[in-house]
Design a protein around this ligand. Sequence first.
Ligand code: 5GP
Ligand code: ZN
Length: 163
Amino acid sequence: MHFFVRTPLLRPVLLRSSFSKRTMSTHNHLSDDCIFCKIIKGNIPSMKLVETDKTFSFMDIDPLSEGHMLVIPKYHAEFFHQVPDEYLADALPVAKKIAAAAKLDQYNVLQNNGKLANQAVPHVHFHVIPKPNEETGLGVRWKPIKPSQDALKAKYEEVKGNL
Ligand code: 5GP
Ligand code: ZN
């Protein structure tokens, strides 16, 4: 008698708790007021490419060239160095997969950090940008600063000392 009464009560409780855990683990590293977090949650539509449990990829809405794609970790962080290793380890194979699927010949994989470095959306993202010709795609200004050997070595020692 006891058995029959308790079983139906227990089952809904167990189902509810496992469902809420799953929801938490999917979204608990996302921010409520970030455009890319909203894309991950499906609150803002996107042209989704590959999705894994840690990564989301989609077409850039304002492409620099035809086939410009984005790869984002499902972890809200503004800067690259703030993203846990497991999310970074998952993201690059996704970038590789979509670059291969788009059959890109020449292209740039770009990741900007901070406004000065051209970052507009403060959620870490990797661009995959086709470079079909000189005019289209990413333009890079590459102006070496030509430091002295001493300055080069001083910076090297500083970084190495912090590792
Ligand atoms: P960032 O300058 O931050 O490195 O690049 C941000 C990129 O996100 C830009 O290329 C921009 O076009 C893209 N972007 C911004 N908002 C949206 C959006 O709502 N949907 C999509 N698909 N791309 C976006
Ligand atoms: Zn975010």
